[in-house]
Design a protein around this ligand. Structure first.
Ligand SMILES: Cc1ncc(COP(=O)(O)O)c(C=O)c1O
Length: 391
């Protein structure tokens, strides 16, 4: 039996390799602003989620170092036992105030937060209506909850409404969506989703992993749409992307957060984040508000990238966020372009199935505030060369 499991795994690995889908980890040794040294090669990092360039910000480093000195490097326990520090409590209060929610709750990752929210609220009697391009962690959360899953066409509110109409009123309903789609960069139609959530009625759960820190004065895509995480709206924000640190939070009404503290298994049965990490997030929140130029800069660089890429005839996708994917199609070609860019000193992400649908492999380019305009221009030239090389 054990051998058959091993054999099955081995044949899956071989298949991945044959289909150009094998993933490889590469060690980063140094980070210096937008530059990274990976396996001895200095590269311009064009695929980081550190959108605002905060991972090396001196205020964040100072907060981290000071708290490590005062409280040590780890929390030593879960939140409900001995691991809940004053730094966790403070950052939860600051996050709630920042996004305009009654309460916020800290998680060790966005993956864990999504698991907790959906599995705490939805049961097998309920329906979770999910955008087809939602992040894997949202899909996994619905599976864990055992809820009925219905996936509507990407950002298609008409398709969603048709599905809502045929759900029975006896089952609870939740609409779950990425705010900014992680592999596409486009933004969910949050206004329309809220209207549908009111009309049917349903809870609206919004994963702001790529919106928080960047859109809506840093408060996220919900804030940009004028929607607060209150009543039927629940927000999840991650802290390892635009915030530059790690972890995540859920912002919602008091009763939802109270429920997560009591019943959210991926909140309860895990070690709390190191207190220094919570203190670093508090420092990041201050920087987010004080240094609004970072947000402006990354959005301007994204626009500039689009402008130049369109002029150069590159296969851009519709996105006004720092996530700017270029559609390639097949996995072998995306790897070949990736390799060409690497050789020219640019690090991009080659995104292949199953992360995206078959036939839609792409380069995922992200702009960050650590980059500058000449670097964006050089990136576009390198991409033109890479795509030309494949043509
Ligand atoms: C849309 C989305 N949700 C959730 C996550 C998970 O967040 P974390 O990396 O904090 O686990 C990610 C990325 O990692 C993401 O892109």
């Amino acid at each position: 039996m054990v051998e058959s499991m091993r054999t099955r795994l081995q044949s899956r690995l071989i298949k991945r390799q044959q289909q150009s889908l094998l993933r490889q980890r590469r060690c980063v040794t140094t980070v210096d602003g937008p530059w990274v040294v990976v396996e001895g090669q200095r590269l311009l990092n064009c695929c980081s989620n550190d959108y605002l360039g905060l991972t090396q910000h001196p205020d964040l480093i100072a907060a981290s170092v000071q708290t490590v000195r005062e409280s040590g490097v780890g929390s030593g326990g879960s939140h409900l036992l001995t691991g809940h520090f004053v730094q966790h409590q403070q950052v939860e209060e600051r996050l709630a105030a920042f996004v305009g929610a009654e309460r916020a709750l800290l998680f060790s990752s966005g993956y864990m937060a999504n698991l907790a929210v959906i599995s705490t609220l939805a049961s097998r009697h309920d329906v979770v209506l999910a955008d087809r391009l939602n992040h894997a962690s949202l899909l996994d959360a619905v599976r864990l909850a055992g809820a009925r899953s219905q996936r509507y066409r990407h950002v298609d509110v008409i398709n969603l409404e048709a599905m809502l109409e045929i759900t029975t009123s006896r089952s609870g309903r939740m609409i779950a969506t990425d705010a900014v789609f992680s592999m596409d960069g486009d933004v969910a139609p949050l206004h329309e989703l809220q209207q549908l959530a009111d009309r049917y009625p349903a809870l609206l759960y919004v994963d702001e992993a790529h919106g928080f820190g960047v859109l809506g004065q840093g408060r996220g895509a919900l804030a940009a749409a004028g929607i607060l995480p209150a009543g039927s709206v629940i927000m999840m924000g991650t802290l390892g992307k635009a915030c530059g640190v790690g972890g995540a939070f859920v912002a919602a009404d008091r009763d939802i957060i109270d429920g997560l503290i009591q019943f959210g298994r991926s909140y309860i049965y895990t070690t709390a984040l190191p207190p220094a990490q919570a203190a670093t997030v508090s420092a990041a929140l201050i920087v987010l508000q004080k240094e609004s130029w970072r947000r402006q800069k990354v959005l301007e660089l994204a626009q500039e990238f689009r402008h130049r890429a369109v002029t150069a005839g590159l296969p851009l996708m519709p996105s006004a966020t720092p996530i700017q994917p270029l559609l390639v199609g097949d996995s072998a070609s995306v790897l070949a372009i990736w390799q060409r860019l690497w050789e020219r000193g640019f690090l991009v992400a080659a995104i292949r199935p199953p992360t995206v649908a078959a036939g839609s492999a792409r380069l995922r380019i992200t702009l960050t505030a650590a980059m500058d305009l000449p670097q964006v221009q050089q990136l576009v030239s390198a991409l033109v060369d890479g795509f030309g090389f494949m043509a």
